[in-house]
Write a protein that binds this ligand. Sequence first.
Ligand code: SF4
Length: 245
Amino acid sequence: MDQKESDSVVLYGGEPTLRNDLPDIVNAARGEGYRRIKLLTNGRAFSNTHYLQQVMNAGCSLFEITLWGSNPNLHEYLSSAAGSFRETINGIENVSGVPHDKFVCLRIPICKENLSDLENIVIMALNLGTNRIILSMQDPALSFQAVLPHIINSINISIFNRVWILTEGLPFCLMQGLEQHISEIFSGWETLYERMYQHHKQCTECVYKELCPGTEVRYVKQFGDREFSPVRAGKCFQDIKVLYD
Ligand code: SF4
């Protein structure tokens, strides 16, 4: 459980839906005055509509559900859980179909095993009625050069379908023209998902160096800093700076 703002709280694990008392915890959070209660989950438990209703009745209406692949083999291989794909998809369908106010975000962790499936996963997420998609760099063995074409395709697909899509773990210099899709502008660079960043020599002349913490340490160790070039006059820089300020 992590307090993000005075009236917001995030419940995460492990897997929070494994706790039998999750509705009680949500209820207690409401009693403490939290109004925005967000649950990070694999979504499997919500294949049971009765359980979903209990959690929503207790006061949770923000869901972030992880989807690893667009087919059972890939999703279950990467989530290490046989039979999980159908449950997760049913769970997402159930949450999306509830006729109450709710917000459903699908998190797609990007790794070398699912990279070529990324656009398919995004299309599946759109078909499931998601309100937002997060594409999260997850694999230290994957270069930005390999990932970016799939990220750009995915963003375009999502824009075409008018669904909000964000990236996680990609710096401004690689996202020029797509800066508004960088999630860290809105959520900050410190997330629940462990990442350690460092500036490198390309950062010294970059206009973003005060806003951007650089690149993940493990990434620079693996690939060096040659992919990055300083942004000298970003068109969006002033707008983004205002958001930060
Ligand atoms: S500060 Fe460094 S990593 Fe960040 S956008 Fe600039 S060059 Fe890229």
